[in-house]
Write a protein that binds this ligand. Structure first.
Ligand SMILES: Nc1nc2c(ncn2[C@@H]2O[C@H](COP(=O)(O)OP(=O)(O)OP(=O)(O)O)[C@@H](O)[C@H]2O)c(=O)[nH]1
Ligand SMILES: [Mg+2]
Length: 149
């Protein structure tokens, strides 16, 4: 049973590497005040909320613990990956919004590739653009370097 069955609205699950800005985006979209910390692994539980009507998206948003890859390397990561495929309460997401740290593209794009290859419907959310700009980085140039992904 997915969220559409439970709540009649689609479920967007936030996925991304630890410290990539998932909870910050979740708070922005939901108006919640979940803790954001500049330290990987700050989110250990799943939080769900309806997206605020001012964003004009009628969907639930689910915050999740960070994952590095869809191929887990520890029991904790396996649980997170299994839960992404099928959350015990909310099911499989209708859309996965993957947060990608623009200042560390090479580390983050592999997960995007894996999510697409696993047939999730993926939205890529670029975070940390301000950090990239402070370094005079150019997102398009970085993206071209990784066009093979
Ligand atoms: N400069 C900058 N900082 C950001 C941005 N987005 C998030 N942050 C900061 O980055 C840190 C990590 O953000 P979180 O939202 O907690 O990241 P997360 O992906 O939820 O992290 P985990 O739960 O550990 O996986 C926090 O200190 C945020 O304030 C951004 O676009 N720019
Ligand atoms: Mg978090």
């Amino acid at each position: 049973m997915n969220s559409a069955t439970l709540n009649k609205i689609p479920l967007i699950t936030l996925v991304g590497q630890p410290n990539s800005g998932k909870t910050t985006l979740f708070n922005h979209l939901s108006g919640k005040k979940s803790k954001t910390v500049n330290y990987p692994g700050s989110t250990v539980e799943y939080s769900i909320s309806k997206i605020l009507s001012k964003h004009a998206v009628n969907a639930d948003i689910l915050d999740s613990p960070g994952i590095i890859s869809l191929i887990p390397s520890s029991p904790d990561e396996k649980l997170s990956v299994d839960t992404l495929y099928s959350h015990p309460k909310f099911g499989r997401p209708d859309i996965v919004a993957v947060t990608v740290d623009s200042s560390q593209l090479s580390r983050h794009l592999y997960l995007v590739r894996q999510l697409i290859d696993s047939n999730f419907r993926v939205i890529v959310v670029l975070t940390m653009n301000d950090i990239l700009q402070k370094r005079n980085g150019d997102f398009r140039k970085q993206a071209q370097q990784h066009s093979e992904l």
